[in-house]
Each structure stands twice: as C-alpha cells, then as structure tokens.
Design a protein around this ligand. Structure first.
Ligand SMILES: [Fe+2]
Ligand SMILES: [Fe+2]
Ligand SMILES: [Fe+2]
Ligand SMILES: [Fe+2]
Length: 411
C-alpha cells in the first residue's frame, strides 16, 4: 500500500518549486493552507476521510496555476477563473470516490459575492469557504513570517472581514485555530513536520485509480514546465503502460512502472527553465545542473512509504548498463528489467520529440540512435528491439493513457 497522503505532499513540494519560479510566490503555500484547513475542518467535526479529502484539495488548490499561466486563454480570463476550473478538475480526478464538488472551484469566492464566480455566502460549499479564508490570509499576511505580535492585527482582520470577505462560520473557525502555536507550526522550518502530524493517513493500492490519477497529474505538471517537454512525461508513462502490456506484466508491476515513468523527471521542476531550453551546447556547470534532476526526483520521492521500488526505478532512469550513467553510477548488475525499460523509453521519447537542439524525429529516424546506444553497451539490446516492434505501430502518434488515467484528459 502507498501512503497517498505522503505522495500528495511530495508532489505538492514539486509544485511549490515551480510556482516559486513562475510567480515568485512564497513557498509552502499549499502546505500552510492544508494545515489551516484541516484544523478548521476539525472545528466543524468533519470525519477523518473528509479531512483527508479537504487536505488534498488544499494542497492542490493551485495545482493548475502552471497550466493556467501557460494557457493561451489567460488574457481573456482576468478573474483567473480558469485555474479554479482546472484545479477542480484535478481534485475530482484524484479523489474519485469522495465528494469534493466546488472545493477548489470556489476557492477565491467571497461572502459578499465579489469573487470570480459571484457566489455569495451560503451558496458555495464549506470546503471552499475553509480553503478560501486560509488562502486569503496567507496571501495577504505571509503567515510563514508573522510573529506572535502580529496575531491581534490578523485576528482583527478576520473579525472585520466576516460576512463580506470571509463567510461567518469560516471566520469563526479561523479565529478558533489561529493562535501562537498554529503560527509557529506554519513557519518554513516547521511546516513539513506540522503537515506530517496534522494530515490524516490515506492509504491506497498502487493499482487504485487515485494512484494512476495522481501520477498522471504530476506528469502533466512536470511537462508544463517547458514547451519542449510538453508531452514528455505523459507520453513516457503511456508508453510504459503499453510496454507493460506487451510483456504481460502483472497489474501491480505494470502500475509501478507507469508511476515511475510519470514521475521520473519530477526533479526537473527545480532545473532553471533557461537551461532546459538553451539551444546551444551546455557548459559543464549547466550540464551538472541538468544531471541533478535524477537525484532530486529521488530526494522528493524517497520518504513516501510504499513507494520504494517506484522511487528507485524513477531515480535510475539515466543510469547505463556500462556504469557511465548518472546519478548513482549503477551498472548492469544493479539495473533490473523495468528500470532498463524506463531508461530506453526516456531516450526514445527524448530523441523523437522536438528539442531546442534538434527537430522532432519519426520512429524510423529514432530507432537507429537507440540501436547505436545499445551497441555501445549503454542500454538493453533486447528491449530496444522490442520497442522497435511495438512502437512502429504508433509511429508519430501519441500512445493513449491507461483507462484509469484517461479522465485527466489531454489538455
Ligand atoms: Fe488560487
Ligand atoms: Fe492559493
Ligand atoms: Fe531525466
Ligand atoms: Fe525524461
């Protein structure tokens, strides 16, 4: 079983990094909103399962921001409704069997109806009221930096805003949770531990639909980082799923491979965009920064319980059979079949897609490059042969996602 709550948090960490780069936004925002939301949810007597759903919505309430920022429709959407709509779609895709309707969609609504969707107090759900007040306070007051002396001023703002900015019941709940102890727990150096203690455990099997969805969602977030990798992780994940079927892998292994493929470049979220998109040759220092992404992927995923094998596979996607890969310098003896397969798929995808330093390549143009690498002893020859056969059918066509992940759409 996977600790889904830990996986959600690991991906939220990656989201923080990319949001910080794109917006200059404060880090750990989603985590602070999650901690405050769960505390307020307890005031309303919500059950553990509902608190867990609320925490996931809170952690991911701005999960669509990257997508939104890049969206061409942004100019026509001054009220920022789109990131609410996309975010809601993400939350519902993840939390298939829970009722979270409106939780993210209405996270910028106000009690007086002046929010992006014009919803007034009483016409949007409690989950959204809770996330909205936490979000507004954090954005306005930078709760990670305020001290106990600021507390009376912030509490006064909550009282004054009740019934106009915030719904009355949400304001009341906020007043009962926002004390010195809470503020101390929201500080940057404490927030990770606070989240760990506060957010309810959520366990799911790797074959559960939520596991597929969260991996698929993370892949999309990673891919949105750069126009050149727009389909990279999603396509590798879909191809991994396809190859898993070709090899008749059992459901568990096939799902693990899919997840590792979706998350393999998670660490790239921390790589500066100008390096990812540099058209010319990289300096040795820049190349070191690129190479660091495999280590970062491992670093972000390593503490997710139940994820050990998936993490090892994802972290090993740049290793080579002859030991010349990175970042752990593994060799043929350490690299099992699925890790070798993932390495081949990563190369296949990277070679075939358009990059700043090369145009896109057809299947027929891609394969000789992989054969050369296999000849050099870098990647598995038999897998390359199998890839050549299976992928020929999809020449220049996208491979569809597993049915469990299909609902995320193909934006
Ligand atoms: Fe937002
Ligand atoms: Fe936010
Ligand atoms: Fe990579
Ligand atoms: Fe990759």
């Amino acid at each position: 079983m996977i600790r889904m709550d830990q996986l959600v948090r690991a991906i939220a960490v990656a989201l923080d990094i990319v949001e910080g780069q794109l917006l200059g936004a404060s880090t750990h925002h989603g985590k602070r909103i999650a901690v405050l939301s769960v505390a307020m949810g307890r005031c309303f007597g919500l059950k553990e399962e509902n608190l867990s759903s609320l925490a996931t919505c809170a952690l991911f309430h701005d999960s669509a921001l990257t997508e939104y920022i890049i969206s061409e429709q942004r100019a026509a959407d001054p009220a920022m409704r789109l990131h609410c709509e996309y975010g809601q779609r993400n939350a519902e895709a993840l939390l298939t069997d829970r009722d979270v309707s409106g939780f993210v969609l209405y996270h910028h609504e106000r009690a007086d109806g002046l929010g992006p969707f014009g919803k007034k107090e009483g016409s949007f759900p409690l989950g959204a009221e809770i996330i909205a007040i936490a979000d507004m306070l954090d954005v306005a007051h930078h709760l990670q930096t305020v001290s106990a002396e600021d507390l009376p001023r912030i509490r006064k703002r909550v009282t004054e805003g009740a019934g106009t900015i915030f719904t009355r019941r949400a304001a009341e709940a906020m007043l009962s949770v926002l004390d010195e102890k809470m503020l101390a727990g929201l500080r940057d150096e404490r927030i990770a531990a606070t989240v760990e203690n506060v957010i309810p455990v959520w366990l799911a099997d790797v074959e559960h639909v939520s596991a597929f969805r969260i991996a698929g969602l993370a892949a999309r977030i990673i891919d949105y980082k750069s126009v050149f990798t727009k389909r990279h992780s999603v396509q590798i994940a879909n191809k991994a799923w396809l190859m898993g079927g070709h090899y008749n892998m059992d459901g568990n292994l096939r799902a693990c491979l899919y997840m590792a493929a979706a998350l393999h470049d998670l660490g790239k979220l921390a790589t500066p965009s100008h390096i990812l998109e540099k058209p010319g040759r990289l300096t040795p220092e820049e190349f070191d920064l690129i190479k660091d992404h495999a280590r970062l992927t491992e670093d972000i995923l390593k503490d997710v319980s139940g994820f050990e094998y998936i993490c090892a596979m994802a972290a090993g996607h740049h290793e080579r059979l002859d030991g010349t890969g990175y970042h752990q310098g593994k060799n043929a003896d350490d690299l099992d079949f699925t890790t070798r397969l993932l390495a081949c798929l990563d190369i296949y995808q990277a070679v075939s897609e358009t990059r700043p330093y090369h145009a896109g390549r057809s299947h027929a143009e891609t394969m000789p490059i992989l054969y050369d690498m296999a000849e050099n002893g870098w990647i598995d020859q038999e897998i390359v042969r199998d890839l050549a056969a299976v992928m020929a059918e999809y020449s220049n066509r996208d491979v569809p996602p597993p049915p469990e992940a299909a609902l995320l759409g193909n934006v």
